[in-house]
Design a binder for this molecule. Structure first.
Ligand code: NI
Length: 169
């Protein structure tokens, strides 16, 4: 288990499409451990593998409250198979766009098919924070960031800010 550096906007790898995981091997097992450690250390409630520069379809999430015991969730090759008509607005942030938060509207409930840590097929219905978080993380696997849902003005402003910060090291 190792803490891994999180890549930050405007790193172009954040725009890559991640590839499916074909089988569970020891490399995937260690990647899962690294992702959970990195997510808790950040701290964050969700992490996609591409955020630590691994372009595979793997997501970790823990939406447990501060006073609740940790509840790590692992999603391998997650896919949204159904989304509700009704929408929800949540303030979102991203470990790859630190200290930036904006409200995003998304379907309030989704059904997600995925493989678990034993590579068994599972399907869950998610609502509330989990629904928002899983949609945000699956977007990462497709090279999509939450700022893509904002107005062009807001998106350009935050992109420029991070590009400038990167140039200044
Ligand atoms: Ni994110």
């Amino acid at each position: 288990m190792a803490l891994r550096p999180i890549i930050i906007l405007p790193d172009t790898r954040l725009r890559e499409i991640s590839r499916p995981i074909e089988r569970l091997d020891s490399a995937t097992g260690s990647l899962i451990e690294d992702m959970l450690a990195t997510m808790y250390d950040a701290p964050g409630i969700g992490l996609a593998a591409i955020q630590i520069a691994e372009p595979v379809r793997l997501v970790t999430i823990d939406v447990a409250g501060k006073d609740e015991p940790p509840a790590p969730m692992v999603f391998i090759n997650p896919e949204i198979t159904w989304a509700s008509e009704d929408k929800n607005v949540h303030e979102e942030g991203c470990l790859s766009i630190p200290d930036y938060y904006e409200e995003v509207e998304r379907p309030s409930r989704v059904r997600v098919r995925f493989r678990d840590r034993e590579f068994k097929e599972q399907e869950i219905d998610a609502d509330g924070l989990l629904a928002t978080c899983i949609q945000h993380e699956i977007d990462h696997l497709n090279g999509v960031l939450f700022i893509d849902y904002l107005s062009r003005l807001k998106r350009e402003r935050v992109t420029k800010k991070f590009a400038k910060a990167a140039r200044q090291g």
